[in-house]
Write a protein that binds this ligand. Structure first.
Ligand code: 8OZ
Length: 371
């Protein structure tokens, strides 16, 4: 068997310790929203098959999963608050574990990126402040609808949201996941608190950096009480404008956050480098390696990585784990294809967020045994 370039030059395919786990390789499957749960947010056999097909990833981070009915912003996204959802996710965790894989669940509250159609009782979505995102559409049962102005959370309500994270974390444990990732990226609730563009509060959750990071610290505290720090990761996107998010001075904000998080000895920091849309060097950026140097756990890098970029990132020691997103949609055996230099299949965007089996569990592996 001839050695490939990737084999010869990179430790990308070697095991790595993450918390209590020895991952098979340094390639993670990024969380990918695919909108195939029931209207009640219950996943089933379909998700189990999909994730098991991709179990050769060193780590799977499952699709963003709503912590509460209020945390929902897109039709047919899964949840992790009800017994039915826990039972549904057990199919996935068992199927992935049977294939020797590891899977974390991503805890998600969308905040203002929602619509009354998707909220319990048709209420307004909630956010740190009543600031509407510009030019954003919600994906509802009746198609796309413009996102309006959210309701600002009362100070007293925030403890309830932190409690929802704790409850969801317990449900994830019961469902058999290997850990959880806190979604503090991509313009959703936690980033809405972090960013001065969306957080105009005057209480202890707004204003100074210490105040704007408070809810994230409270969520991390609550979730690590359930899981311990070493089975918890957190995802941030300091430079993205996705969801009309933004901060006037992200460097001190995120450096401060990362330094505060060190107290929890988290397993990893998952960083979307550049804009979520793919621009690696958006204006107003800073050197994200500063975050890596400031953080005491593994650094997971994410932003349209190719094999070449991933190898380079390991050679230059810019990241510990590399996340791949879209290539995993159409290449269930992505790790093996990258390792062997095999061509990658193209994914069909028409089935990203819609449909059932098609475009979800019918992309073949190159050889049946590696599926
Ligand atoms: C694409 C479509 C819907 C949701 C994210 C959870 O960006 C998402 C998401 C992405 O983090």
């Amino acid at each position: 068997m001839s050695q490939t370039r990737a084999d010869q030059r990179s430790d990308l395919f070697d095991p790595v310790e993450l918390g209590p786990y020895r991952l098979a390789n340094r390639i993670a499957m990024a969380p990918l929203t695919r909108s195939r749960a029931t209207d009640d947010g219950v996943p089933g056999e379909l998700q189990a098959i999909h994730y098991a097909q991709r179990a050769s990833a060193g780590l799977i981070i499952n699709e963003a999963t709503n912590i509460s009915p209020q945390g929902k912003g897109y039709i047919r996204t899964p949840g992790i608050w009800s017994p039915e959802q826990v039972a549904g996710w057990k199919l996935t965790t068992k199927a992935v574990h049977d294939k020797g894989g590891r899977i974390f669940l991503q805890l998600w509250h969308v905040g203002r990126i929602s619509h009354p159609d998707l909220q319990p009782g048709g209420q307004l979505p909630v956010a740190p402040s009543a600031v509407a995102p510009e030019n954003q559409q919600a994906y509802t049962a009746e198609g796309f609808k413009p996102i309006g102005t959210p309701r600002a959370l009362e100070t007293e309500e925030i403890a309830g949201i932190v409690a929802d994270y704790a409850h969801a974390a317990k449900c994830a444990l019961e469902a058999g996941f290997d850990g959880v990732e806190i979604h503090a990226a991509n313009g959703y609730l936690l980033q809405q608190f972090l960013s001065d563009k969306t957080n105009k509060r005057t209480d202890q959750y707004g204003g100074s950096i210490e105040n704007r990071t408070r809810i994230v610290r409270e969520v991390v505290d609550a979730v690590t009480k359930v899981w311990g720090g070493d089975r918890v990761g957190i995802r941030i996107s300091p430079l993205t404008k996705f969801g009309d998010i933004g901060d006037s001075d992200p460097e001190p904000l995120y450096l401060s956050l990362v330094e505060e998080l060190n107290a929890y000895n988290l397993a990893y920091l998952h960083v979307i480098e550049g804009d979520t849309g793919g621009d690696r060097n958006p204006p107003g950026g800073f050197d994200l390696q500063k975050l890596r140097r400031a953080f005491n756990g593994l650094f997971m890098a994410n932003n349209n990585y190719t094999l070449e970029l991933a190898i380079k990132a390991r050679e230059e020691d810019l990241a510990d784990i590399i996340c791949f997103g879209r290539p995993f949609i159409s290449n269930p055996d992505l790790v093996e294809r990258l390792r062997s230099g095999a061509p990658l299949a193209e994914a069909d965007p028409n089935t990203f967020y819609a449909g059932e089996e098609r475009g979800y569990i019918d992309y073949p592996a190159l050889t049946p045994t590696s599926a």
